[in-house]
Structures are given as C-alpha cells and as structure tokens.
Design a protein around this ligand. Structure first.
Ligand code: HEC
Length: 196
C-alpha cells in the first residue's frame, strides 16, 4: 500500500508530466489545425447540403424496388447529359413540369437543367472560385455575373446563409468525387437562346 507521502509525490509527478506535455500537445494541435478546421468545414457543408435539399434536384433519381431513390453513383452531377428533352409544349396556365428524374423543369421560363455541382473541370464546378460561388448565390447571376439563374434553383435560400456557411457548402462541393456530365444549356420560352 502507498503511504500518503508517496501518493502526493505520484500526484505531483502526474501534474508535472501533464504540464510538460500540454505545450507539446498544443504544438502538435497547432500544426494540424488548418486541415482539422477544413475537415470541420467540409462536414458542416455536407450538413447544409443535405438539409438544403441540393440532392433533391442535382442528383438524378433512379427507379428501385423501394420506389424512386437518388442515384448516388451520380451524386450532385446534375441533369444526365444522355436525357434529351423535347421543346416545352405547355399551354399557358399555372402549371410547370419536371422530368421523372427531377433534374429538369419546364415552365414559363423555358427548360432549366440542374447543374453539375461536382468539381469536374470541364463539365462541373472545377473552375469556379469561392468568389464566383459567393457572387452567384448572393446575386442570382449565372457564375456570379452572367444571365439570371433560372427557377427552381433556390438561390435566395442560399443567399440567407452567412459567408462562413456558404464557404462550408463550397468546400463540401469541392470535396466530392468529380463526375463528368455535360448538362445541356437552358432553353428559353421560344426555343434555344443565348443566355450568356
Ligand atoms: C428545386 C430544385 C433545386 C434545388 C433544391 C437546388 N437547386 Fe441548384 N439548381 C437548380 C437548377 C434547375 C439549376 C440551373 C439553373 C440555371 O440554369 O439557371 C441550378 C443551378 C445551381 C448552381 C449553378 C448556378 C449558376 O451560376 O449557373 C449552383 C452553384 C447550385 N445550383 C447549387 C445548389 C446548392 C448548393 C443547392 C442546395 C443548397 C441547390 N443548388 C439546390 C435546381 C435546384
């Protein structure tokens, strides 16, 4: 059995060891903090993307035994390039329509196709900078300074996010697998138009 004195000694050395180790732990922590905070930012971005319903429109649905499910092998890659659509033939009225995959819509604005949000360089958002993303989501202009972003893209909901949260969404989108899928250009109410 330890005497009282021995116990106090042991405690003292434990305290000493902890105190000595603390700066080392802090130093190691500091060296790794950028990647740790980046990981946290990406996790926050995934949380916001999941809650924000981005997959509902930017990930095509596939038919399964359990009914329509998001096709995660094409996660956030937008309207499939292989699915061509005829020109809209909607009569004037209060309706608008979506494709079965939920990635293209037709209404008074023509046809809009959900964009490829993956970091693919040629067909996705690989060339987008944070500044372009911030401007696009804050102003509703294509790539930050082009044509108007068409319905039903809820850019006004993203506009409500803080810069920090918007950065997290962007960081997450950059972290997902790049998928090559060239989404068609939108079509105006009277046929193809240059929206550039
Ligand atoms: C209700 C369907 C819908 C939802 C939900 C949705 N989007 Fe979109 N999104 C679209 C459509 C359609 C387009 C293409 C619009 C166009 O061509 O103008 C688009 C385009 C975009 C673009 C490209 C904008 C540009 O400058 O051309 C980005 C970036 C984007 N969405 C991000 C997101 C993110 C992030 C979320 C989730 C928070 C999200 N979207 C949720 C339908 C949606």
């Amino acid at each position: 059995m330890k005497t009282k004195n021995q116990s106090v000694k042991t405690m003292k050395s434990v305290v000493l060891m902890t105190l000595c180790a603390a700066p080392v732990v802090l130093l190691i922590g500091a060296a790794h903090s950028p990647s740790r905070s980046e990981t946290a930012r990406i996790a926050r971005g995934k949380y916001l993307v999941d809650y924000g319903g981005c997959n509902d429109c930017h990930t095509p649905l596939k038919m399964t035994d359990q009914g329509p499910q998001p096709d995660l092998s094409r996660m956030l890659s937008g309207h499939p390039e292989s699915v061509e659509l005829p020109p809209p033939e909607l009569k004037a009225g209060p309706w608008f329509a979506a494709t079965a995959g939920m990635t293209a819509w037709t209404g008074p604005w023509g046809i809009s196709y959900a964009s490829n949000l993956t970091p693919d360089t040629n067909t996705g958002m690989g060339i987008w900078t944070w500044e372009m993303f911030r401007k696009a989501m804050r102003t509703g202009k294509h790539m930050g300074d082009g044509r108007d972003i068409l319905p039903p893209m809820p850019w006004r909901s993203l506009k409500a996010l803080s810069d920090e949260d918007l950065k997290a969404v962007f960081a997450y989108l950059r972290s997902i697998p790049p998928l090559s899928n060239r989404v068609p250009e939108p079509v105006g109410p009277k046929g193809p138009v240059s929206y550039q």
